[in-house]
Ligand binder design. Structure first.
Ligand code: RET
Length: 287
């Protein structure tokens, strides 16, 4: 069968599912890592609710934004996990999981649309913890919002072409990267200004947040490129290892950029609160 004409703009996971299918290990590792992803979001949700009063009231919006991110990511990752197990069906004859006939195809597009909510929330969040010394709050916020949205929409269009049209895939990916660099530039500025005047411990957390931010946000373009990282050529690799690698990369990226980032912001806000006389450790009725 001509794969391209039957699968069209479907992502490469479906091509692998139709051509060779997945071994037990590749299929289950994918299913497990997707499940781990949404389970962690639920645990994170509890953390952000339970720690909200450990920071002074003016920092609490940051926890509220983490709660919004946890709920939306939990729902999305749950759907993503169902999408995987629904799309691939066990075939006893070949002892492999193949792309099912008549089921939904697998698609990462849900993730991109979820980022439309989560990316602006995560970017705004830090603005409620740090105090900017030079830049204006509203211009940074608008820059975050504009470039965040543009980065995602252009990437969303590009990912449809990952198998059928590598040129369009790379062109859209490149445009998206320009917006990504703008976000990195703004975030560096926010963190540098935020460190000025912050207590020493909070400065340390802000430094860690910058490293974590760089590492975790870079994983998303890595996941976008995955079929090409495995082929190192201009054709996508239809390899099950690349499929598993993409699921794992997304999960590490999601846990780091949403949960660990939110925890570090809470820790930084706790230090700032203490410096301003709000010390939850010394309060009798703090919680
Ligand atoms: C895309 C397309 C290819 C080029 C680049 C991309 C960047 C994506 C990023 C996504 C971050 C998502 C987050 C979600 C949290 O919920 C769109 C994959 C640069 C950086 C942090």
């Amino acid at each position: 069968m001509d794969l391209i004409s039957s699968l069209g703009n479907a992502t490469f996971e479906n091509y692998v599912g139709m051509e060779s299918g997945f071994t037990e290990m590749a299929y289950q590792m994918s299913a497990h890592v997707l499940t781990l992803g949404y389970a962690i979001m639920l645990a994170g949700l509890l953390y952000f609710v339970l720690t909200i009063k450990t920071v002074a009231p003016k920092y609490r919006i940051s926890s509220v934004l983490s709660v919004v991110v946890m709920i939306s990511a939990f729902l999305l990752l749950f759907v993503q996990s169902q999408n995987w197990t629904g799309a691939m069906v066990y075939d006893a004859e070949s002892a492999r999981y193949m792309l099912g006939d008549g089921n939904d195809l697998f698609n990462n597009g849900y993730r991109y649309l979820n980022w439309l909510i989560d990316v602006p929330m995560l970017l705004f969040q830090i603005l409620f913890v740090v105090s900017l010394t030079k830049s204006s709050f509203s211009s940074i916020r608008n820059g975050f919002w504009f470039s965040g949205t543009a980065m995602i929409i252009t990437g969303y269009i590009g990912q449809f072409y990952e198998v059928t049209n590598p040129t369009l895939f790379f062109v859209w990916g490149f445009i998206s990267t320009i917006f990504f660099f703008h976000i990195l530039y703004l975030m560096k500025k926010v963190i540098t200004e935020g460190k000025e005047g912050a207590p020493a411990k909070a400065q340390k957390y802000l430094g860690t947040i910058w490293t974590l931010f760089l590492f975790s946000w870079m994983l998303y373009p890595g996941a976008y490129l995955m079929p090409y990282l495995f082929s190192l050529g201009l054709e996508p690799a239809l390899s099950e290892t690349a499929v598993v690698a993409r699921h794992i990369t997304y999960t590490i990226a999601d846990v780091s950029s949403k949960v660990i980032y939110g925890i570090l912001l809470t820790l930084a806000a706790q230090e700032m609160s203490k410096a301003e006389g709000y010390d939850y450790e010394k309060m009798e009725n703090a919680l």
